[in-house]
Design a protein around this ligand. Structure first.
Ligand code: FAD
Length: 512
């Protein structure tokens, strides 16, 4: 490829359009696969230590000024499989970013630290005795400082958050402002389409330019196909550079004694499976968890304008601990496309009525602490995501729907739409048990969305039960590391970006 070209946002990126050779070979101290939460942070930390770092990113480089604030466009340009990535039964949409900056470019900015009760599970069940709250605290402090994480101010709680907060107060439920990584939020509500004004502190505008300032090089449009080893140690990767038309324009090899996989919890295990590496435990691709979410929308007697103001304002943490229910509710705004894609709008007349009243809708997003029951596999040609909500998790899902319905009603809603295929409507407290208890845990019954795939290369002390050690290195292959959401041995119930940033920082520091 030719020399990097200075792009509008200030990030220098090699792209398929720059390619002049059909075979490219590069050398580095560390090659990082994926430029999202884990990859960008690891790259910055390693470059800062003086390592020659190359970052390979399968997705395109889309500078912020090219973001359109139109969700249908963004799905095409910024998301994995153009927003169509789903489980094999088609009832779970698995959303991931696939562009320079990864999912952090399109995420909702919500920031939570890993709850201590989750870390305690990891210490007890996976031998991760090092990963205590005291050990991770300084990493959380640091990434939160770097990314301007703060409690939403009053002006960042939109109308939908205000009504929900009032309802929670009536019910006596604990509600808190969400924390977000954003500077002077423009309150446009377009987070899921990327932040045009670069207020969201995604990797695109923070750790990637910082890594580049220390000499890291970024290659977009470059999909890693195989991890290379020599004498049982990692020795680099093979990749293909693909233009926007899908045509391969070059093959690219990076020779490096250290390889960091940060391609996300779906692609990292696929890469290991394709490479036939690090799977002595048989756990690569197993243990997929995803916080299957529902968008429970409700109609209010007054205008809410769910597309106005900050996307996410407050959350209900009353039921977070598994002993108290094992779920959280986040108030969520949405635009017209998200309204139909993520909720259950019905068809025909009901659809027309739902959309005609769009102005009066508010939404609650449910997150549950699901078990790691899914699998990512590779059949030689394509990946497959097998995930069905487990019977053990169905009660938490139902508890979350009931709580969302109760909260909407207490907040003044007149109709609550259960996102089930037979589109159930709750109009009073008396309807809640009837409508929710009769839901079935069957394929295609609930419209689920995952924003948080996790767990497919889990960390642990036992090489026969886990893929990666607590320091991020795989048990089986020296010099091969994982630094993304695939590490998390259990689902963490809360939005995971801060956990990924903190773990990636720790892994890179220990590696350096
Ligand atoms: C719509 C949406 C909203 C979200 N909202 C929140 C939120 O509010 N708060 C929160 O905490 N979390 C949120 N998340 C989740 C959060 O962003 C992710 O948990 C986090 O970014 C995961 O980091 P990662 O490094 O594992 O993967 P990613 O950030 O997804 O990065 C992986 C990167 O690797 C690239 N890649 C994949 N395969 C290859 C390959 N073979 N070769 C090279 N590159 C490859 C991908 O294109 C991608 O860019 C959201 C996610 C989405 C999709």
């Amino acid at each position: 490829m030719s020399s990097p070209i200075m792009k509008a946002s200030g990030l220098e990126v090699h792209q398929a359009t720059d390619v002049t050779d059909s075979q490219i070979t590069l050398e580095a101290d560390v090659v990082v696969v994926g430029s999202g939460a884990g990859g960008a942070v690891a790259a910055y930390e390693l470059a800062r230590q003086g390592k020659r770092v190359i970052i390979l990113e399968a997705g395109p480089y889309v500078p912020s000024k090219a973001f359109t604030e139109d969700f249908t466009d963004s799905l095409q340009t910024l998301y994995q499989d153009h927003g169509g990535q789903a489980n094999s039964s088609g009832d779970l949409l698995v959303l991931q970013g696939a562009c320079v900056g990864g999912s952090t470019v399109v995420n909702g900015c919500v920031c939570f630290r890993t709850p201590d009760f989750i870390l305690q599970d990891w210490q007890r069940d996976f031998g991760l005795s090092e990963l205590t709250e005291a050990e991770l605290g300084p990493y959380f402090d640091e990434v939160e400082r770097n990314l301007s994480v703060h409690d939403n101010g009053e002006h960042e709680i939109a109308r939908h958050g205000q009504v929900i907060r009032e309802g929670a107060r009536k019910l006596g439920w604990s509600t808190k402002p969400l924390r977000r990584n954003i500077r002077q939020c423009g309150l446009t509500g377009h987070c899921l389409s990327g932040c045009k004004t670069e207020r969201k502190q995604s990797m695109l505008v923070t750790y990637l330019p910082w890594a580049q300032a220390y000499g890291a090089e970024i290659y977009a449009d470059t999909r890693v196909e195989k991890v290379l080893t020599e004498g049982g140690r990692a020795s680099g990767v093979e990749a293909v550079v693909t233009g926007q038309d899908g045509i391969v324009v070059a093959s690219l090899t990076v020779r490096a004694p250290r390889v960091v996989l940060a391609a996300g919890a779906v692609q990292t295990p696929v890469l290991l499976l394709k490479s036939g590496l690090a799977n002595r435990s048989g756990q690569v691709g197993k243990n997929f968890a995803c916080h299957p979410s529902l968008l429970v929308a409700a109609r209010y007697p007054q205008p809410i304008y769910p597309w106005r103001g900050a996307l996410l304002g407050v959350h209900i943490d009353e039921f977070m601990h598994p002993d108290k229910g094992g779920f959280i509710l986040e108030d969520g705004g949405f635009g017209i496309v998200e309204m139909t894609m993520l909720a259950e709008p019905g068809t025909g007349e009901p659809f027309m009525e739902y959309m005609a009243n769009a102005r009066d809708l508010a939404g609650l997003v449910t997150l549950i602490h699901d078990h790691n029951v899914g699998t990512i596999s590779w059949d030689g040609e394509r990946k497959q995501i097998d995930y069905q909500l487990s019977e053990a998790d169905f009660p938490s899902m139902k508890r979350a729907i009931k709580a969302a319905a109760r909260l909407h009603l207490a907040s003044g809603a007149t109709e609550v739409y259960v996102p089930a295929s037979d589109r159930r409507i709750i109009r009073s407290e008396d309807d809640i048990d009837d409508q929710v208890d009769s839901l079935e845990n069957a394929p295609q019954h609930l419209r689920m969305v995952s924003y948080h795939p996790q767990g497919t290369c889990r960390m642990g002390a036992d090489p026969l039960q886990s893929v990666v050690k607590a320091n991020g290195e795989t048990h089986d292959v020296a010099g091969l590391y994982v630094a993304d959401a695939s590490l998390l041995p259990t689902s963490i119930i809360v939005n995971p970006q801060i956990t990924v940033y903190a773990l990636a920082t720790r892994i890179a520091r220990q590696m350096a």
